[in-house]
Design a protein around this ligand. Structure first.
Ligand code: NAP
Length: 539
């Protein structure tokens, strides 16, 4: 039966949940369509062993409700996946969100009906819903990427993909396990699997830089004091050039780099700056030097500090050298945050296999084969990443004006105005879409900022009697160019990472997130809104 609402929202992760909450406040009727059978998005799917957030729990949480932030108790500096999922469920229950979410609905198409100025959204399960607006809250890392390796179906044992992990968990006891991939997911999973499995072989094509998490339980007395300053912390997360990550100080302090540059410093001087950051743990490590992500010479010094750490942790010199990233600037790919990753390679049951020098040729019935040899294992774990940022959007048949598909509009890479709207697709928004800080930031900070902006925009439309909004073509062109220029002034494009689409064959190489920081981006969005939504056309 066809249903009609004001807004159709796709996805019930943190973005879709907060959107629903805000739309209700505006008095708008919304329906959220969610593929999974519960809320939580990425935290619903990514249940691999060791999965936890790499942003501090106290910052990686909603700020919109002071009562919520005061009542919820995070147990650790970096929460585990089950705890984050419980938090999502708690939020859904507390704000009674589930009654407007339809679970188990995978959206197949969203088509703009120009005559009626509304969107018709269909799911693979046969549900149809019409809405004046369609908002994609589909997440940036929600489409798993299978490796392009022959013979995956030939493997006779179980294959588990990190981002589609079985809900009942996997018992590795007494098993020989192969892991393909050494990105953030694998770096979290490997130390945990190694403790359980009889034998673990890690197939590494590109080593990554990882810093210790220094994760720890949060002390109740400390937490109580921190919470007295929660509002100030939230203001800090939203402003400035930072990416909206958290702080361990009880009262927030202005985060300024210790030094402008590492260029020209001796290794001892660099170590004197970086050692406290390493000891303190977390991705904040990269903010010690102001020019870390723009000056290759400075970046090289920071990278060398990390390589020396790896050499000092890993006992076998050849393994240590293999684990040292050498071909891309530190931070140009998302830096990993680990608990005991490098130490894991000192275990007798763990072997690192270099599949850059000797690539995987095919998966076989019992393991895999390279040019030089074969490797047997009982269980294969794939931690091979995602078709990031555009994957979920382009997997749906999204059609705007004149039947133009989003795939056609984005043939040469994603183009959007502010990462919020796309020319040719009226009444259509993307939460943390390409062209916004999104994956370079604390996602919760960016989700709230986008949803608040959209709510303000919808309120403006309701108040002014506008029924249609569309990103202007020229504004979109200028913004896309600006996003590129900002990226090109940094070392990010040199990472060859999923930020650029480089991990997916045939995907256009476009640096997708906006790299100027959450503070400047927020100011631009607020300025656009104040200026009558400059760059958007209303009807
Ligand atoms: P990823 O960083 O893209 O890593 C994928 C890994 O698979 C890479 O090591 C890649 O090697 C390897 N790979 C892919 N195809 C291969 C092949 N055919 N042969 C050998 N190796 C292959 O994916 P991810 O680890 O899932 O992380 C993605 C993002 O998710 C992260 O950057 C982060 O933003 C997010 N994440 C966050 C957390 C957290 O909050 N703690 C945890 C997990 C993930 P190459 O590099 O050589 O391609």
């Amino acid at each position: 039966m066809l249903k009609r609402v004001d807004v159709v929202v796709v996805g019930a992760g943190f973005a879709g949940m907060y959107l629903l909450y805000r739309l209700r406040q505006l008095g708008m009727k919304a329906e959220v369509l969610e593929m999974g059978d519960n809320v939580g998005g990425t935290w619903y799917w990514n249940r691999y062993p060791g999965a936890r957030c790499d942003a501090e729990s106290l910052a990686y949480s909603f700020s919109f409700s002071p009562e919520l932030e005061q009542s919820w108790q995070w147990s650790e500096r970096y929460a585990k996946q089950p705890e984050i999922l419980s938090y999502a469920e708690h939020v859904a229950d507390r704000f009674d969100l589930k009654k407007d979410i339809r679970f188990g609905q995978k959206v197949s198409s969203a088509v703009y009906d120009q005559g009626n100025n509304e969107w018709l959204v269909l799911t693979e399960q046969g549900h149809e819903v019409r809405g004046r607006f369609c908002i994609m809250a589909t997440g940036c890392l929600s489409v798993p990427q299978l490796p392009a390796i022959d013979g995956l179906s030939a493997f006779e044992g179980p294959i588990y993909q990190a981002s589609l992990w079985p809900h009942e968990g996997v018992d590795f006891t007494g098993k020989s396990v192969g892991v393909i991939g050494t990105g953030s997911s694998a770096i979290q999973a490997i130390p945990v699997i190694a403790q359980q499995a009889q034998r673990l072989q890690v197939f590494q094509r590109t080593p990554n830089y990882s810093v210790p998490a220094e994760n720890a339980p949060l002390d109740a007395a400390w937490l109580a004091q921190f919470k007295m300053h929660y509002r100030e912390h939230r203001r800090f997360h939203k402003q400035g050039l930072s990416s909206g990550f958290g702080d361990l100080e009880i009262a927030p302090v202005e985060r300024v780099p210790v030094a402008e540059t590492a260029e020209g410093m001796s290794p001892q001087e660099v170590a004197a700056v970086l050692e406290p950051y390493w000891q303190r743990g977390g991705a904040f490590f990269l903010s010690a030097f102001a020019d870390a992500l723009i000056n290759p010479a400075s970046n090289h010094q920071i990278a060398e500090f990390v390589r020396n750490k790896i050499r000092s942790i890993v006992q076998d010199a050849d393994t240590a050298e293999l684990l040292c990233p050498k071909n891309f600037p530190i931070g140009s790919k998302r830096i990993c945050v680990d608990t005991g990753y490098y130490e894991t390679f000192n275990r007798k049951n763990v072997q690192l296999v270099d599949v850059a020098k000797d690539p995987i040729k095919r998966v076989t019935a019992n393991g895999l084969q390279t040019d030089a040899g074969s490797f047997d294992f009982d269980i294969l774990v794939l931690a091979t990443g995602f078709d990031a940022m555009t994957g979920a959007l382009l997997n749906m048949d999204i059609r705007g004006k004149e039947g133009m598909t989003l795939a056609q509009a984005w043939q040469a890479g994603p183009r959007s105005y502010l990462g919020l709207g796309v020319h040719g697709f009226p009444n259509f928004f993307t939460v943390t879409g390409p062209g916004s800080p999104s994956v370079l930031s604390n996602m919760l900070v960016s989700i709230e900022q986008h949803v608040d902006w959209m709510a303000g925009c919808l309120q403006h439309m309701l108040g002014s009697g506008f029924r249609r909004i569309e990103a202007d073509r020229v504004a979109q062109q200028q913004w896309t160019q600006h996003v590129n220029e900002v990226a090109n002034a940094t070392l990010f494009p040199q990472g060859g990472s999923w930020y650029l689409g480089a991990n997916v064959a045939g995907k256009p190489r476009v640096f997708m997130p906006y790299a100027a920081g959450v503070g400047p981006y927020r100011e631009i969005c607020e300025d656009v809104a104040k200026d009558n939504y400059r760059g958007f056309a209303f009807t």
